[in-house]
Design a protein around this ligand. Structure first.
Ligand code: PRX
Length: 651
């Protein structure tokens, strides 16, 4: 985040109480929230045991709530047996079979309503098809689909048979897809012929074929959804159409009752090193977080129409599309397209059409839509809305206020929700009916979540305005369980800084005078572009894989829509860089990793600023990329003359 933006957040003192009418109508009242906090404080484990029995349907009750004998490898509700898809579908059928589960709006505006009975039948049919294809409990299936109901069906079908899904966002490139398939040793790939987003064809099967042509030996079958109608190659003996695999399958499938700790999914996310981490979540604990946070934070109830604009390829889509709303038996909107197509009022038009009551999006979308001007939201009434949420990156007070005034008409509480792929669901966030909010502040931790800020020696940082390392001091049910295939990396990354009970989030934070948390940014080499996490090392490895590049260093600089943008400093093997090469390198990164990783700017130089021990001085590069004056001590620099050159080369 830019220093000037931090400044503006620090000076922010406005406080907005939850509107009285909202509190009166809310399902969860302030007294209920107080009771949750006291119960959690009095008995952390007992609190979570009560919540698990209240919000989830168990096939077999658990007798151990938390097993921390092998910390930080925590286990929750260990001897309980459960099925996640049963909790998302079957348990609603007696009262809500005809209730709409998903209102799907396609890119072209086509709308489909799917009831709970219908969703249940589709999931069962697909689950039976997966079994018929040889997928069994514990096997991994990679899902590379557009944001369409079949993605949710595929995820819930895996959960139904105890298979572990790993969804790969449809914007990821062939090499990224291949790496994830290989790391998970997936037996099956579920993809589509392609789809349209913003009117543009996304050739998923073509990308998948490329991935499969260079590795992916573990893949035995590829199920292909017909979505775009594009001509695709179907490999004999490997590729099979979705409509063919489900043909003739019964609309009922007995759920596989799995242990509470059985892995539900793996989702890859970026870390400090080049290799993405397979974040592994457990069945019961994860689902519990999805349900409690929907209920508490959003006040999600039976009459709501919930809309999370994320893609199922990200953790936000996992928790707040596939699992949370369905486990609550709610109605939700799912959208295949983009906010600006065919016009920048698409979101607002959809809010009116579907009478959305709870709307959850990312600051980058808010900033982009705000730039298009107020006339677009003003074309629509937006009077069904009652809660607004944001996620994924810090929101600047200006965008927060616009969201409140122009979209929420000062009537809707804003919940700025801090959490991560690893945390599974919301951690630090306002509760809509309870928490007075302040622009740019994620306010306080939820009941049962012990967030704190520590200094490097492990002392608590309590002074208002002082920054430190954001930690969670007690295990919680919906935390990640490990990194797939790499328990040492899990231990080292998240519990290596203090002790085996103190989870280090990788963010720095501070408190304001009210004790509210503000997130300042990452403390590792991770950047956040449009709410998406990217490791700078991943981008660097992609760049040095290009034949012209000898060395690369990647940093971020603030961007008024994307939050952060990538700047890459490049040393060529020989010759001077020019605009053509810069453009080639940007496209190269896009092909290697996906469009979200495309650098905003490429700067060529003869060398990188390094310490005498050979370490690249990234802080210095960040200053240069931002165009700020260099005030750091450069006396340890081995090659000080490089500094002038780097500064001069700005384009
Ligand atoms: O830096 C924090 C930022 O996003 C990171 C987590 O990214 P990811 O695992 O991709 O999950 C994003 C969706 C949950 C965090 O470490 N972040 C997330 N939410 C916020 C945030 N930063 C500030 N405010 C938020 N509300």
């Amino acid at each position: 985040m830019a220093d000037n933006k931090i400044e503006s957040v620090l000076k922010e003192h406005r406080v907005f109480e939850p509107p009285r009418q909202f509190v009166e109508d809310a399902a969860i009242k302030p007294a209920d929230v107080e009771a949750l906090y006291s119960a959690a404080e009095a008995d952390h484990e007992g609190f979570w045991a009560d919540q698990a029995r209240k919000h989830l349907d168990w096939h077999q009750d658990f007798s151990t709530t938390l097993d921390d004998t092998n910390a930080p490898f925590f286990k929750w509700f260990t001897d309980g047996k459960i099925n996640v898809s049963y909790n998302c579908l079957d348990r609603h059928l007696s009262a809500k079979a005809d209730k709409t589960a998903i209102i799907f709006e396609a890119d072209d505006g086509n709308v489909e309503h799917i009831s709970y009975a219908d969703l249940h039948a589709r999931v069962c049919r697909f689950a039976n098809a997966l079994k018929a294809q040889g997928l069994a409990k514990g096997d991994r299936a990679v899902i590379y689909l557009p944001n369409v109901p079949e993605a949710t069906v595929a995820m819930l079908a895996c959960a139904r048979i105890g298979a572990i899904h790993s969804v790969v966002f449809g914007g990821f490139s062939a090499p990224s897809l291949r790496d994830r398939i290989d790391d998970a040793e997936a037996k099956m790939l579920i993809t589509a012929d392609g789809n349209y987003r913003g009117g543009k064809l996304i050739p998923l099967k073509e990308v998948a074929d490329k991935a499969l042509s260079e590795g992916c030996e573990s893949i035995e079958s590829v199920v292909v959804l017909k979505r775009s109608g594009a001509d695709v190659e179907m490999r004999d003996g490997r590729d099979i159409w979705w409509h063919d695999v489900v043909d003739g399958q019964p609309a009922d499938c007995e759920p596989e009752w799995v242990d509470a700790e059985h892995p539900l999914f793996i989702l890859y996310t970026s870390g400090s090193t080049g290799k993405p981490k397979g974040i592994q979540h457990a069945s019961a604990g994860y689902l519990l977080g999805a349900v409690t946070t929907c209920r508490w934070v959003f006040d999600l109830g039976d009459d709501d129409v919930f809309w999370c604009t994320a893609d199922v390829g990200w953790i936000t889509g996992h928790t707040y599309i596939t699992y949370g709303p369905t486990a609550c038996g709610a109605t939700q909107v799912m959208f295949e397209g983009v906010p600006t197509y065919p016009e920048p009022d698409r979101f607002w038009k959809m809010v009116d059409t579907h009478q959305v009551t709870i709307f959850y999006t990312a600051p980058t979308a808010i900033r982009a839509l705000m730039k298009h001007g107020d006339e677009y939201p003003q074309r629509h009434a937006l009077d069904s809305l009652r809660v607004l949420g944001t996620v994924g990156e810090p929101i600047n007070p200006e965008a927060w206020m616009w969201y409140r005034q122009v979209i929420g008409k000062e009537r809707c509480p804003i919940v700025d929700t801090w959490w991560q792929t690893e945390t599974g669901a919301h951690m630090i966030t306002p509760i809509a009916s309870y928490t007075p909010t302040t622009p740019g502040s994620v306010t306080h931790a939820l009941p049962g979540i012990e967030a704190d800020i520590l200094d490097e020696s492990g002392e608590r940082v309590t002074d208002a305005g002082a920054g430190g390392v954001l930690v969670i001091k007690k295990p919680w049910p919906y935390m990640l369980r490990t990194i797939w295939g790499d328990p040492d990396r899990y231990k080292e990354t998240y519990f290596g800084m203090y002790d085996a009970h103190t989870y280090v989030a990788g963010d720095s934070a501070q408190r304001d005078e009210k004790g509210y948390f503000r997130i300042l940014g990452r403390i590792d080499d991770v950047v956040n572009v449009s709410g998406h996490r990217l490791g700078t090392m991943e981008v660097e490895s992609a760049l040095v894989a290009h034949e012209a590049v000898a060395e690369a260093a990647v940093v971020s600089r603030p961007h008024d829509v994307k939050g952060e943008a990538i700047v890459a400093f490049i040393i060529l093997k020989d010759g001077e860089g020019d605009e053509q090469l810069a453009s080639d390198l940007r496209n190269w990164v896009s092909e290697q990793l996906g469009a979200i990783a495309k650098p905003e700017e490429i700067r060529f130089a003869d060398g990188l600023p390094k310490t005498r021990s050979g370490k690249i001085m990234r802080r210095l590069l960040r200053t240069v990329a931002r165009g700020d004056e260099v005030t750091q001590d450069v006396s340890t620099l081995e090659n000080p003359q490089i500094l002038d050159q780097l500064q001069a080369k700005g384009t």
